[in-house]
Ligand binder design. Sequence first.
Ligand SMILES: [Zn+2]
Length: 131
Amino acid sequence: MEIMFILVPIFIGCVFIFTFAMVLSPKLRGKMMSSQIKATKHMLNESVDDLADIATTSSNAFIKASKNILDSNEEVLKDMATKKANINKEGIEITMRAIKKGLTEDKKYCKHCGFSIDADSKFCSKCGKEQ
Ligand SMILES: [Zn+2]
């Protein structure tokens, strides 16, 4: 019984020192995390068949759910696709207009400040420097 009065404080002291070392030493924390990763890897290797089974089951459930959604919401989904296409169309039109404008307008950029100026300008209209 008396030996417990020695062993228990030693054990508590060791736990305390270990916790303190973990807080203070990034290297020790890294080693502990690394061993955790190795344990996880080992666990995954042990469970590879179960994981494949889970993946297959959940994929099947997902496909079934997707099919149900498509079957029961066809009109809504068609409407959404059309709306999205129209939004994209507008974006593409804006981009194309910008490209066309860039190609047809004779513009260049100031060598000094980067301001957009006419291609035949001798001086920048913003900073006034010679081109
Ligand atoms: Zn300029």
